[in-house]
Design a binder for this molecule. Structure first.
Ligand code: DAU
Length: 340
């Protein structure tokens, strides 16, 4: 494999993956197509941007003409990360989600149809299945039943990708992951939001009763899963789930973060719930573990400690993200909840 094309490589998952992959495959050419949305940053890639193997194009995947103009001529393996990903924002305005996650997806698939590709890997999510019942785990053949606009847009993208795979016989695989956490995640998401607010003496807005469960996967374990899929000559299955086996209730995550940051108990604020909030996500990833001999290596206590230390040590990175647009999102999302 000689040329990897990554979309969304300046965001949280994409940048962590590019760093991880480049460290292990120094000679592979990397092309990154990213339009630098609010959640991305060029500083996420560190020195990698000055490496001779690296090329970057500031292109929005919803612009088919621009996408065509930068798409490489040689056969590439594509890892498609670019997406709008924050559930709460999709509840405020679903349109960017439909545009990027469905129309943008279709543009990527068209490029894959018209150009030589070795493989296209679509980064998807456990949210496409909807909430998992209190017991049990969803397998890849579970019918899709998304419950919020973000999840519905990802499900739409997945279905399009499967249709292109079937109709045009394209080498497409979908990877559906549980929640990923780690350094450089935009501070609107639960873990970085709670850490940064705790460190800054602000309130920690816990939605509803705080008994919702998520399965938290350390970002490097996620990256290694993607790397194995990228390097596989002929994956057996069209869709793979990956999970951490690390179910945590939100209020327990909050308590752990509060302990690690010496946060005052008064900072924890139970607030109005997220509408349509899925209580639990849990995936069966038997296929992936068996085929790729993969399993997560970072235990939760180590991961949550490391990520807390990272945000503590990178206050300047956080400050850069908490600009005007973050502040107005934050006001709209939380102030009425705090006032209730
Ligand atoms: O499950 C995979 C998904 O995980 C990804 O596909 C999404 O892109 C990613 O955003 C994430 O979705 P969640 O909704 O699970 O993540 P979030 O960090 O927004 O919330 C995690 C849990 O914490 C969820 O139960 C809601 C709760 N929460 C979140 C925020 C932002 C709070 O209680 N308070 C908050 O302020």
């Amino acid at each position: 494999m000689k040329h990897l094309l990554v979309t969304g490589g300046l965001g949280f998952l994409g940048s962590n993956f590019l760093r991880w992959y480049h460290r292990r495959h120094r000679r592979v050419k990397l092309t990154n197509i990213d339009c630098l949305t609010y959640a991305a940053g060029i500083d996420n890639l560190g020195n990698l941007r000055s490496s001779p193997e690296y090329e970057e194009h500031r292109v929005d995947i919803t612009n088919g003409r621009r996408l065509r103009s930068v798409w490489p001529d040689d056969p590439v393996t594509v890892v498609h990360f670019a997406a709008e990903t924050h559930v709460d924002r999709s509840l405020q305005d679903a349109q960017p989600f439909v545009r990027t996650n469905i129309l943008g997806m279709q543009n990527i698939l068209e490029m894959a149809r018209r150009n030589p590709v070795r493989r296209v890997i679509i980064i998807s999510t456990d949210e496409v299945y909807g909430a998992t019942p209190a017991r049990g785990k969803f397998r890849e053949d579970q019918p899709l039943a998304p419950t919020n606009p973000y999840a519905a847009s990802k499900a739409g993208g997945d279905l399009l990708a499967l249709a292109y795979r079937q109709t045009y016989n394209l080498p497409i695989n979908i990877l559906r992951s549980v929640n990923v956490y780690g350094p450089r995640q935009y501070p609107e998401k639960f873990i970085p939001l709670f850490i940064t607010n705790a460190l800054n003496g602000r309130e920690l807005p816990l939605y509803g009763d705080g008994n919702q469960q998520r399965d938290w996967l350390w970002v490097e374990d996620f990256c290694e899963a993607v790397r194995r899929l990228v390097n596989a000559p002929q994956p057996e299955h069209p869709i793979y789930n990956i999970s951490a086996g690390n179910q945590q209730r939100n209020r327990d995550v909050a308590k752990t973060i509060m302990r690690l940051t010496d946060c005052s108990p008064g900072q924890l604020r139970p607030v109005a719930d997220r509408p349509g909030h899925d209580r639990r996500y849990a995936l069966n990833d038997r296929h992936f573990r068996k085929e790729f001999s993969w399993r997560p290596k970072t235990p939760w206590p180590d991961g949550i400690r490391k990520v807390t230390a990272w945000y503590r040590a990178n206050a300047a990175w956080v400050k850069k993200r908490q600009r005007q647009s973050y502040r107005s999102y934050y006001r709209k999302q939380y102030h009425w909840r705090f006032d209730e």
